[in-house]
Design a protein. Structure first.
Length: 256
């Protein structure tokens, strides 16, 4: 009868090494590298169904351990003027750093569990907590939206400006391009949609004089959609898209 042994799962090679050090009750500053290396190799030899990227991390650490083991077995020169650095030093530093972050992560998890049992008045909430908004689900936000229509409208507007610039270039010979910060585009789009409540995506580009303005405006729309400040829907009786401000939209001061 075959005996199946289920090995514990580890997040990575450093977690496994810390487990072996704890299991063997050895000093992390004086790791018996030969013994720990043998146990480490035995463990990864029994690993099954592991993600390839994760497995590569375990194999890289195995190579590191074998290198350290080989260097420690080499005879040291008696006439060496300076004491050679311990081959384990870099590995020990990584393990200590990893253990520190694991302990901090555990403390944060404990605080999170304790926080679930606490209630705060709105005025007592820390600023960071009060301003937190959950990540936007873009698939849900754009559910039912004809993305091909979005792309087609943008291409139509962009082509119109290409033709205008080409005509202007044939007339005067030079076109100047103004660098427009994306923050400016975001502020302008938010204000335009807020004023009209329901803003046509196509008409949002009215008055834009250059392709740079068109592109910045389009990128601003995407950023506001991603942030959850705007909602995009299909026009019911037409070939346009409609932009609306969501209830979670951040407030932006008006231009003066």
């Amino acid at each position: 009868m075959q005996l199946n042994v289920k090995l514990p799962a580890f997040e990575g090679p450093l977690a496994l090494l810390l487990h072996l050090i704890s299991k063997n009750k050895v000093d992390i500053y004086d790791i018996p590298i030969a013994e720990i290396t043998d146990q480490y190799l035995a463990y990864i030899a029994d690993m099954e169904e592991v993600d390839l990227d994760l497995m590569s991390d375990f194999l890289l650490m195995a190579a590191t351990l074998l290198d350290i083991k080989a260097r420690m077995l080499l005879p040291q020169e008696e006439e060496a003027e300076e004491e050679e650095e311990d081959p384990r030093a870099e590995l020990v530093a990584r393990l200590i750093e990893y253990r520190k972050y694991k302990l901090l992560a555990g403390e944060l998890q404990d605080l999170s569990v304790e926080g679930e049992n606490l209630l705060f008045r709105p005025e007592m909430l820390p600023k960071e907590v009060a301003e937190y908004r959950p990540p936007v689900d873009m698939d849900r936000l754009l559910e039912g939206v004809d993305l091909m229509r979005l792309h087609r409208i943008f291409e139509e507007v962009l082509n119109q400006h290409r033709e205008r610039e080409a005509q202007a270039q044939r007339g005067v010979g030079k076109i100047t391009h103004e660098v427009i910060p994306i923050e400016t585009g975001i502020r302008q789009v938010r204000q335009a949609v807020t004023r009209k409540k329901r803003q046509s995506f196509r008409h949002l580009f009215d008055g834009k004089k250059t392709r740079d303005e068109v592109i910045v405006t389009f990128l601003a729309v995407l950023e506001l959609l991603k942030a959850g400040d705007l909602r995009l829907t299909n026009e019911e009786d037409g070939d346009d898209l409609i932009l609306e401000v969501t209830e979670h939209a951040g407030k932006e001061p008006d231009d003066t």
